[in-house]
Ligand binder design. Sequence first.
Ligand code: HEM
Length: 197
Amino acid sequence: MPADTPSPSFPAPPRTLRYDGFAIALHWLLAALIVGALGVGLYMTGLPFSPLRLKVYSWHKWAGVTILALSALRLLWRAGHRPPALPPSMSRLQLTSYRISHTLMYLLFFAVPLSGWAYSSAMGMPVAWFGVLVLPDFMPLDRVFAEAALQPLHKYSAFLLGGVTLLHVAAVCKHQWIDRDGLVQRMWPGPRKETAR
Ligand code: HEM
């Protein structure tokens, strides 16, 4: 089948309904990093104190800071580009939940890494991004506050991000297999047809 031909399970939307290649690449890179940071975060806290634990904590922090930087880039992209139009068949309720969940995700893309960085700062564990760039500690050293407030803030905001991400995936599946409106094509990597302006 030629690359441009729509498949029955992925009907192509009208030509103006796709994000551009940069936005698509950023979306999938961030998705992989967020799922990875969540998984590693859950795994590492159960490790006994060891060199492995220290190494995994560093990987987690590097991934988290990368997520923060890429989220800033994504916000800049978003400020300069209008996203492609949504399918006209979407109901008012769908549009409202789309807006609420996307705003919440954007907030969490910043809140989760920033709370992790704040926690590390307040615990006196500075972050060296990829072992090279030492990030400033933007919280005063206060281990009691870190344990009582920042650690739970990081943990539960990360869980909320995980939950909203699951809802996001569920909504995409519904659009794909129940509504069959081709929404997933907006963000699907593949041959470029038409970009957002
Ligand atoms: C979107 C990015 C991030 C996600 C999704 C994420 C997710 C998580 C999760 C799920 C946990 C385990 C929570 C628990 O069960 O106690 C965790 C722990 C932790 N995270 Fe992150 N995190 C992110 C970014 C960061 C960043 C940027 C830093 C620091 C620079 C960081 C530092 C930590 C630390 C130190 C812990 C361990 C807390 C403890 O020892 O109890 N995280 N993170």
